[in-house]
Write a protein that binds this ligand. Structure first.
Ligand SMILES: [Zn+2]
Length: 234
């Protein structure tokens, strides 16, 4: 992994932007998210159909505001296409974590670290509405329960296909796994490129933002954490 900004991982919840208030609040934050994820679904397929015309109209306004002519041949269908695309980019609002977990949690006497790394992630920066993309690495130490491996990627998908900041995305994934499995520990590391950083401002092509959330033994035991970080780098 090649990070131009940071060469080492933080030991707890941290981000390289350094503005999210340190690591001491993570257990409390975990508790507050805890009861919400089981119910959350803020959009339905019907909502998509209903809101498509107004979304498309908004994109027509954007085109005009940019000095373009929405009647120009190449742009005739653009508002509709852009609206449909934006709904797809945010389809995580249509799903609930609980639906993914149904029938996917198994009792298993496995107590070795489970790691799934290099999960592709595409999200949208909630400050600029432009893409964030990168890779997610997840590890956990089971405590009698394991999750179907493909479900880890599905959890990433649901939370990333929403308007996000990388720090929250990282924590939501870790908390969802913690609640679902009550494992001995969980570690989530995300390395991502923010188009709002790459295309504007400093325009650093290769700058990556690395965030991590460590819970349970991943937070408390440096050996466990190091094993995880070494395995996701190998
Ligand atoms: Zn941004």
């Amino acid at each position: 992994m090649d990070h131009s900004k940071h060469s080492q991982y933080p030991s707890a919840d941290k981000t390289d932007s350094g503005d999210t208030g340190g690591s001491s609040g993570s257990h409390r934050a975990a508790a507050s998210v805890m009861e919400s994820w089981k119910e959350e679904r803020t959009r339905s397929v019907e909502d998509n159909e209903m809101s498509l015309p107004s979304l498309a109209a908004a994109y027509t306004t954007i085109l005009r505001g940019l000095g373009e002519d929405p009647q120009r041949q190449g742009l005739l269908k653009t508002p509709w296409r852009a609206a449909t695309a934006m709904q797809f980019f945010t389809k995580g609002y249509q799903e609930k974590i609980i639906d993914v977990l149904n029938d996917a949690i198994f009792d298993e006497d496995h107590d070795e670290m489970v790691i799934v790394k290099d999960i592709d992630m595409f999200s949208m920066c909630e400050h600029h509405l432009v893409p964030i993309f990168g890779r997610v690495h997840i590890g956990y130490l089971p405590n009698k329960r394991v999750l179907g491996l493909s479900k880890l990627a599905r959890i990433v998908e649901i939370y990333s296909r929403r308007l996000q900041v990388q720090e929250r995305l990282t924590k939501q994934i870790a908390v969802a796994i913690t609640e679902a499995l009550q494992p001995t520990g969980v570690g989530v590391v995300i390395e991502a490129t923010h188009m709002c950083m790459v295309m504007r401002g400093v325009q650093k092509m290769n700058s990556k933002t690395v965030t991590s959330t460590m819970l349970g033994v991943f937070r408390e035991d440096p050996k466990t954490r190091d094993e995880f970080l070494t395995l996701i780098r190998s």
